[in-house]
Design a binder for this molecule. Structure first.
Ligand SMILES: Nc1ncnc2c1ncn2[C@@H]1O[C@H](COP(=O)(O)OP(=O)(O)OP(=O)(O)O)[C@@H](O)[C@H]1O
Ligand SMILES: [Mg+2]
Length: 266
């Protein structure tokens, strides 16, 4: 592949909110890493899968967690049949193959991960593997993409400036109602009228963010509700189990949300 973008048809469905596909492709061409910021369920993972397919690159995704270490990304010696063999981690594999490595929820990872990412995300583009004495140089196909949700993390769990300033960054939000309608209909198969009502409800619920809710209802949850309805569940019950219950455990908040929905759904 020469880095040209193929049409989106064969790639996983992703409806752009703006020029994010162009920015991703430009970053890939320029060998720059990309940071995606945005709330849960707004399409970040889908976007990366879509772009990897359009750029003809393999995708290695790592869901970061607070126990994820540099060795989990780079690789380690393992015992196999009495022999010690080196096994590449997902980051090393991606560098060797010229693939896209996607670190989901990167702020969760342990501090030593930043040490690995720094030489790989500045103009050196190298991955030193201390254990084997190798030093890999990332080719033009390799790209590092990381994402995180700036909303719910506490202040301690944010990226250091020296890490974040190695990335080109895109902010994601919830799509406009018109775009969200297309996404929800396409993903669930639900008719437009009922999907439109779900999106109006989602809009109202998002307006409550900060007062009663930490995060607004995600596009993912709207797709869930629409899918349940398309498969025969009653509208109100689907909204309850997919768009209210996942948001909160507080009984009075839930009641407030249900009243709001009842008023809208009439
Ligand atoms: N722009 C979009 N195009 C197509 N599908 C979308 C889009 N936005 C959201 N979706 C739908 O929402 C679902 C959730 O999106 P996705 O898993 O990419 O969210 P995310 O931002 O990665 O969330 P998290 O931060 O929780 O990992 C997708 O499975 C898809 O059905
Ligand atoms: Mg995701």
């Amino acid at each position: 592949m020469d880095g040209t973008l193929i049409e989106g048809g064969a790639a996983p469905f992703y409806l752009p909110q703006g020029d994010e596909c162009d920015v991703f492709a430009a970053a890939h061409r320029a060998c720059l890493p990309l940071l995606l910021k945005g709330p849960t369920g707004c399409g970040k993972t889908r976007f990366v899968a879509h772009m990897a397919a359009r750029l003809g690159r393999a995708l290695h995704t790592v869901s970061c967690h607070d126990d994820l270490s540099a060795a989990d990304l780079i690789g380690r010696y393992l015992l196999k049949g009495g022999e010690t063999v080196w096994v590449d981690g997902p980051l090393t594999r991606a560098v060797r193959e010229g693939a896209i490595c996607y670190l989901d929820e990167v702020v969760e990872a342990r501090k030593d991960v930043a040490v690995v990412l720094h030489p790989l995300t500045d103009d050196r583009r190298i991955l030193p593997i201390d254990r084997t004495g190798e030093e890999l140089h990332a080719g033009p196909g390799f790209m590092l993409v990381a994402s995180y949700n700036p909303g719910y993390q506490n202040i301690l769990k944010t990226l250091k400036p020296s890490t974040r300033q190695r990335f080109v960054a895109l902010e994601f939000g919830f799509p406009s109602p018109m775009l969200e309608l297309s996404v929800v209909c396409r993903e669930s198969g639900l008719d437009e009228d009922r999907a439109r009502l779900l999106i109006r409800i989602a809009g109202k619920l998002r307006g409550l963010k900060g007062q009663d809710l930490d995060e607004g209802v995600s596009t993912r949850l709207v797709v869930y509700a629409a899918t349940l309805i398309a498969r025969g569940m009653g509208f109100d019950r689907a909204v309850e189990v997919a768009m209210i219950e996942p948001l909160t455990d507080e009984a009075d908040v839930k009641r407030g949300l249900a009243d709001l929905v009842a008023a809208l759904a009439g």
